[in-house]
Each structure stands twice: as C-alpha cells, then as structure tokens.
Design a protein around this ligand. Sequence first.
Ligand code: FES
Length: 117
Amino acid sequence: MTSDPSRRNGARSRSIAICVNDEWHDVTVRPRHMLVEVLREMIGLTGTKDGCEQGACGACTVLIDDDPALSCMTLALDCDGKQVRTVEGLARGEQLSAIQQAFLDHGAIQCGFCQAC
Ligand code: FES
C-alpha cells in the first residue's frame, strides 16, 4: 500500500481549476472522476442532477465554454481551465433566465427526460 495520499486505487489524483458560474474552484480529482461528481459533491451545486449516468437523460447537462455537455459523461480532468455554467448560474440575481422561466411556466420537472423526446 502506498503512503502517497494523492494515490487511490492505484490512480494518481490531480489538482485542477474549474470556473463554475464565474467563480474559480481548485479541486483534486481522480482520473475517472466525472464532472457531475465534482459539481455536486465537491462544489456543492446540486442543481445538476445525476440521473441515468449513461448519457441518455440529459439531467446532468451543463454548459462548458458555452457548449452544452453531459456532465455524467465528461471527465473532470478534461475541464481543467474551462468555464462551466450550471443551472444555478443561469439566473441574474432574482431574474430567472428565459429557460428557467419557461420551465416554471410550463411545469417542467427536474430531469428534463420528457422534454428530450
Ligand atoms: S445523468 Fe443522464 S445524461 Fe447524464
């Protein structure tokens, strides 16, 4: 057994910096750590849902450098130095974004699975 705390299950952890909703975070991740885990468990933003974990439902969708991406299918290591926007970062103060307001107006539920069909 190794005494190196950066190694877990034989894989070396690495520190990365991710800008989430205009705030930079330094996090230490393992090679197989997915972005959704970092957002929810390390940064504490639980608006991004961990639904199917297979890239099928879209509940984990975030914007990475302004492009939509499935955070359950995105390695956290690949987000080093990138800009990530979650649902929490869409509103401007008390003003909901257009997509948030549309979800509210039409009674959309959290996962978005039914909107993807
Ligand atoms: S959790 Fe379903 S696509 Fe990511």
